[in-house]
Design a protein around this ligand. Structure first.
Ligand code: NAP
Length: 250
């Protein structure tokens, strides 16, 4: 984006950590005025302050319809929506599945994306060159033991993304899914309820992606010309050939 063009607004959900925080930084560097949302507002505020350049933070809980409505109403215009808020809880097999885990995963990864997209679609259309980028996962098309709640949610998100692209045909909004493999963020810490040792084992002996690696993919997809729709980017560490096929050196 050249400096002469009017600044476009990009919204990033789940911007208090990991991929969302990195996406805020990368999109701001690409010239967007960024607005980040998450429940831990003070964290997003610190990231916005560090970025400067008109970056803003707002409280957002994607599982709460009122929070989404207030968040969406506070942004006058939007050209890019990055639905990134999400994550996994637990690794119980289906025989021992925890309903609350499944419900939270569906609420954040799927319904959260639906709510933000529905609320902001009129503004994305009005921008004349809108873009929805959903952060999915290789869990959107792979499965693994203990991962059914998360893979079911990311499969659903993938279906939502693909359906949205069909429904918006002929209208000025692009739709992209970014599907990463292992990325070292707070993801595993959240999945294992704060157990640092268990979370560290997920990345032991291999080189995972960084949040910045994924943010770069988001910014690249967003930066294509308006007639170019990048449908999906699957990005994994070289050390990972499938969800459960990881090369470890130690
Ligand atoms: P992370 O470091 O745990 O960040 C997750 C972000 O989501 C946080 O900013 C968190 O903010 C936000 N979030 C969670 N629940 C929310 C809610 N109810 N409302 C608003 N924000 C919420 O994990 P990450 O790896 O960056 O994850 C980002 C996305 O990438 C997720 O959709 C995840 O499924 C996907 N992904 C991750 C990996 C990986 O290996 N790390 C791989 C593939 C896909 P608050 O807690 O402050 O609300």
């Amino acid at each position: 984006m050249s400096a002469a063009q009017p600044q476009k607004t990009a919204i990033v959900t789940g911007a208090s950590a990991g991929i969302g925080a990195a996406a805020m930084r990368h999109l701001a560097a690409a010239g967007y005025r960024v607005v980040g949302g998450a429940r831990r507002l003070e964290r997003v505020q610190a990231i916005a302050a560090e970025i400067g350049a008109g970056a803003r933070a707002a409280a957002l809980d994607v599982t709460d319809p009122e929070s989404v409505a207030a968040f969406a109403a506070a942004v006058p215009e939007v050209a890019l929506l990055v639905n990134n808020a999400g994550g996994a809880l637990g690794v119980e097999p289906i025989a021992e599945a925890v309903d609350e885990h499944w419900e939270t995963m569906y609420q954040t990864n799927v319904l959260g994306t639906l709510r933000l997209t529905r609320a902001l679609l009129p503004k994305l259309l009005a921008s004349g060159d809108g873009h929805v980028i959903n952060v999915g996962s290789i869990a959107g098309f792979e499965t693994y033991e203990g991962g059914a709640g998360y893979t079911a949610a990311k499969h659903a998100l993938r279906a939502l993304t693909r359906t949205l692209r069909l429904e918006l045909l002929g209208r000025p909004v692009r739709v992209t899914e970014i599907a990463p493999g292992l990325v070292e963020t707070e993801f595993s810490l959240v999945r294992f309820a704060g157990d640092r040792e268990r979370a560290a084992k997920v990345y032991a002996g291999m080189t995972p992606l960084t949040a910045a690696d994924v943010a770069e993919c988001i910014a690249w997809a967003a930066g294509r010309p308006p007639h170019v729709n990048v449908d999906e980017i699957v990005v994994r560490p070289r050390d990972q050939a499938a969800a459960t096929k990881v090369y470890r050196r130690s």
